[in-house]
Design a protein around this ligand. Structure first.
Ligand code: FUB
Length: 331
């Protein structure tokens, strides 16, 4: 994997010179802000991100950070309130990968991908706090979802009936029912509490045709469809939305919808093309003050590349049926 990423990085340094004419909105930050996860609370929109350190050869991510805004123009730095030190079971100083936070009954729950030192694979941890700026504490002192291949990129969602779900996955997709405490899973669900969606991922009608960008990936790609990683789940009316990074790397952003959280899903198409300057695109959409926004990351800010990624934001208008139009992030 390292070798592939290195090749991709070199490819992007050479080929990623096209700068969009119309600049996206940006968070005001003096750090790189990958893997943005927006969430609205009261009059503020919060964005939980990772933190790419200044390295050009691979991810180095020791911490997570939070920003907030009331108007999408002026941003407040809520700090870097969580590092790997919060999770004693995690590898320290690195591999603090994508995350998402949610508020429930006045408490915040932050689900993060971090390296489980028992097997050196990513698992999912959960921290709690009274406010996004922290202080954050490991809620259970062990991974909520122990490390396993592909167990990254958690997204959390609370359904209208109060049932919360956690989805996650790279080259696979899994989900669990969260108990009301938000810090444990319902072990009667699926196998040992986890339902594997990989069969659905092999269905083009649900996740789109497998179209790779580079031939060498064909040997590597496990799934038969478009899905790559970074699920982002929410609901509008009676329709469930599942957005995700798609198409292998370099990734584009795509989505599927369903009438039940358990599927089947219907592939709806591409939301964006590949992210400029970055072979990953992780993000999600959110509605705030009557407008819809797509958050994602690119490698366009000063010194940026596939390992120094920054949050970018595009306003868009949902279709009359709630669908997401194609959003041109290269223009
Ligand atoms: O930031 C590290 C990893 O890169 C994330 O977990 C993936 O979604 C990709 O953005």
């Amino acid at each position: 994997m390292n070798r592939h990423l290195l090749l991709l990085f070199t490819f992007y340094i050479v080929h990623s010179t096209s700068i969009p004419a119309q600049q996206p909105l940006r968070i005001q930050s003096d750090t790189y802000t990958p893997d943005p996860a927006p969430v609205v609370s009261g009059k503020r929109l919060y964005v939980f991100t990772g933190c790419d350190m200044d390295t050009a050869t691979y991810f180095r991510m020791p911490q997570w950070q939070v920003f907030s805004t009331r108007d999408m123009k002026h941003w407040r730095r809520e700090g870097r309130p969580m590092t790997t030190a919060v999770f004693q079971w995690a590898r320290q100083g690195d591999n603090a990968w994508a995350s998402q936070a949610i508020e429930r009954n006045g408490r915040w729950y932050w689900y993060v991908a971090a390296e489980d030192t028992t097997n050196h694979l990513h698992g999912i941890g959960v921290a709690t706090a009274q406010q996004p700026s922290g202080p954050w504490k490991d809620a259970i002192g062990r991974p909520l979802i122990p490390g396993a291949m592909g167990f990254i990129d958690p997204t959390v969602f609370i359904d209208d009936d109060g049932q919360a779900y956690l989805f996650w996955g790279n080259n696979g997709l899994w989900y669990a029912k969260l108990n009301e405490d938000m810090t444990s899973i319902d072990t009667t669900f699926g196998t040992g509490g986890i339902r594997d969606m990989r069969q659905m991922l092999d269905d083009e009608a649900q996740f789109g045709p497998r179209r790779m960008k580079h031939d060498w990936q064909l040997n590597k790609k496990v799934l038969k469809t478009n899905f790559e990683e970074a699920p982002w789940v929410y609901k509008i009316g009676d329709t469930y939305y599942l957005e995700y990074a798609a198409g292998g790397v370099p990734e584009h952003w795509a989505y599927s919808t369903a009438k039940s959280i358990h599927g089947p899903w219907t592939y709806q198409g591409r939301i964006t093309d590949e992210s400029p300057g970055s072979f990953t695109i992780h993000g999600g959409t959110v509605d705030f003050r009557g407008k819809s926004y797509l958050f994602y990351h690119d490698g366009l800010l000063s010194g940026g590349n596939g390992f120094r990624r920054s949050t970018a934001i595009r306003e868009f208008q949902r279709k009359a049926n709630g669908g997401i139009p194609f959003i041109n992030i290269n223009q």
